[in-house]
Every structure is written in C-alpha cells, then in structure tokens.
Design a protein around this ligand. Structure first.
Ligand SMILES: CC(C)(COP(=O)(O)OP(=O)(O)OC[C@H]1O[C@@H](n2cnc3c(N)ncnc32)[C@H](O)[C@@H]1OP(=O)(O)O)[C@@H](O)C(=O)NCCC(=O)NCCS
Length: 279
C-alpha cells in the first residue's frame, strides 16, 4: 500500500508553521526568529504532509558521521497515525545519504511517546543529561579549583582536540561559533597545558544558556561561569546549562541553588545500512 504521507523541504513561508509546531516540544526555549531559522535550521528541516497539509516536521544536523536529530514534532491532532515513523524514516534516509553511520538525540525522561518511537528505530539510552538554571547569585558559592585555571576563547585550530576529548561530534564547536553572538570558551590548566580536557562551553546569550557545558571536574565550573558572566544579558538573573553525562556536576549545581528545568536522556544508535534496509 502506498504511503499517505509526502515529504517536502522547508520553505520560507513555513516559519509560522514551524513556530506553532515548535511549541509542542515544551522546552521553554525562545522560538528562533525568521532569520535564524532560515539560515541555521530550514536547510535541514523537512515537513511531512498528508492530503496537502503539513502534519509534522523534523530538523537535523550532521556532524561528521554523527547525525543529530534536533526536533521531531507531529501535529497534536494527528498523533499515533504513523507521522512520527514517517519522519524517522526520512531522517534515516537523509542522514545515511549525508554519510552518517550513527544518529543521536536528546529526549525528556518523561516523554514516553518519543522514547517509544526512538526505541522502535533501534536507538537506546547512552547517558543522562540534566538541564538546570543556575542563578548568577549562586556562582560565588561554588567550590573553586585548588589551583588557577584559565578560561579563554577556544580557537578554531583547537576544535578537533577539544571535540575529541569531550566526546563532542566533529564540527560541533565551529557550528556554534557560526551562530551569531555565541561564545565558545575553554579552560586551560597551566600545570597540564597540553591537556585539552579541562572545560568547554558554548554560550548563547539569546537563551541565555550553554550547550554543551563540560568540565573535567565539578570544581572547574566556577571559573567557566565567571568567564561567561560578562556576555550574559544584564536583565537575566540566571544561566541555563545542559549538563551531559555528569551527575556529580548536576548534583553540585542543584545543591547550590540551581533550578531543575528537566531531565533528559541522550539516545543514540547505529543507522541501518543500505543492505539492512533492502527487502
Ligand atoms: C513523539 C511524537 C513525535 C510521536 O509521533 P506520532 O506520529 O504520534 O508517532 P507514530 O504514530 O508514528 O508512532 C510510532 C511509534 O512510536 C511509539 N509511540 C508513539 N506514541 C506513543 C505513545 N503515546 N506512547 C508510547 N509509544 C508511543 C510507538 O512505538 C509507535 O508505534 P505503534 O503505534 O506501532 O505502537 C509525537 O508524540 C510528538 O510530536 N510529541 C510532541 C513533540 C515531542 O515531544 N517530540 C519529541 C521531542 S524529543
């Protein structure tokens, strides 16, 4: 039986449609404005249509052999009718065509529908992630490193080493740097200057928040946050951090007054090969 769905790439006039669907993610993030959506998202966004009407969209990014699924949203009125599956099949096809052999994504721990969908496509939990809002007023109460570490802008030539040591997809830092106003800061330990794995943060003042925010030890977070403070909008009393696979840091921040925004599971899986997909 032929599929009732058709796929089409995003057009400029989809921004309002995207904005409506985006609300379904329930992430409280600012909705990307038209210019940002058009340049950074629309080229890898596609919609599923049924009977000529858009009923869902997906947005993905490609980092080397990793396909990052950013958004998967189905119209609330058309759930459980296979649209999510259609989006995932198209993502699979596009990511394989882009040279990826793995796909990954973040999903809220309590999002049973999405978790069911991702498991149905062979993905599984890789690590937990905690999203917190750290009041700037609590930063001074964080423990400090026993010796001086330095925070500075990460230079492009350092990206490969930083991405490899913090297990970030290849190209992740360049992609952040290309987004307007985003600052990419790293930590340097002068006792071990050749070691790239000290700290890294990509800070988007529009949130305001960091994703990723990674430190080798929880007590290094203080230096990184102090260095980010001058870039923060003065009217915001907090900074949002996506703390990936680092339960000690998440616990520390929560114990010192951070607010839990939500808990996430990072899912990943192998993309099926062409052979595996053929009948
Ligand atoms: C998650 C979401 C995309 C699923 O879309 P959908 O079109 O309803 O999914 P499908 O009908 O294609 O379902 C495919 C499979 O997903 C799983 N699934 C979907 N909804 C489910 C639910 N409510 N509970 C459990 N499993 C569910 C099932 O395994 C289902 O297969 P089955 O119907 O054969 O049992 C949709 O619920 C949604 O848009 N939610 C809001 C936005 C969101 O949370 N996106 C994910 C962000 S990470």
């Amino acid at each position: 039986m032929s599929s009732p769905f058709s796929i089409r790439v995003a057009r400029d006039d989809d921004h309002a449609r995207f904005t409506r669907f985006f609300a379904e993610l329930g992430v409280h993030d600012p909705v990307p404005g038209f210019e940002r959506w058009k340049s950074a998202m629309a080229p890898t966004t596609f919609f599923v249509e049924r009977d000529g009407r858009a009923v869902g969209y997906a947005w993905y990014e490609v980092f080397g052999r990793d396909g990052y699924v950013r958004h998967v949203v189905v119209d609330a009125e058309v759930r459980r009718a296979g649209v999510g599956r259609a989006l995932m099949h198209e993502l699979e096809t596009r990511l394989r065509a882009a040279g990826c052999d793995r796909w990954r994504l973040n999903v809220k721990r309590d999002n049973a529908a999405a978790i069911g969908l991702y498991r149905a496509f062979g993905m599984d939990v890789e690590h937990p992630t905690t999203v917190v809002r750290v009041p700037w007023s609590s930063v001074a109460t964080l423990p400090r490193a026993a010796y001086t570490i330095e925070a500075r802008e990460a230079e492009s030539r350092e990206d490969r080493a930083l991405e490899a040591s913090f297990d970030l997809p290849s190209g992740r830092l360049a992609s952040s740097r290309a987004t307007s106003n985003v600052r990419v800061l790293r930590l340097v330990d002068h006792h071990d200057a050749a070691n790239p794995k000290v700290g890294i943060a990509c800070f988007d003042p529009a949130f305001p928040g960091c994703f990723p925010f990674k430190v080798a030890r929880p007590e290094f977070a203080h230096t990184l946050l102090v260095a980010l403070a001058p870039f923060a909008p003065p009217d915001k009393t907090w900074i949002q951090l996506v703390v990936e696979d680092d339960v000690p840091l998440a616990k520390l921040l929560l114990a010192r007054g951070a607010e839990l925004v939500f808990e996430i599971l990072h899912f990943s899986g192998a993309l099926p090969t062409d052979e595996a997909l053929s009948p």
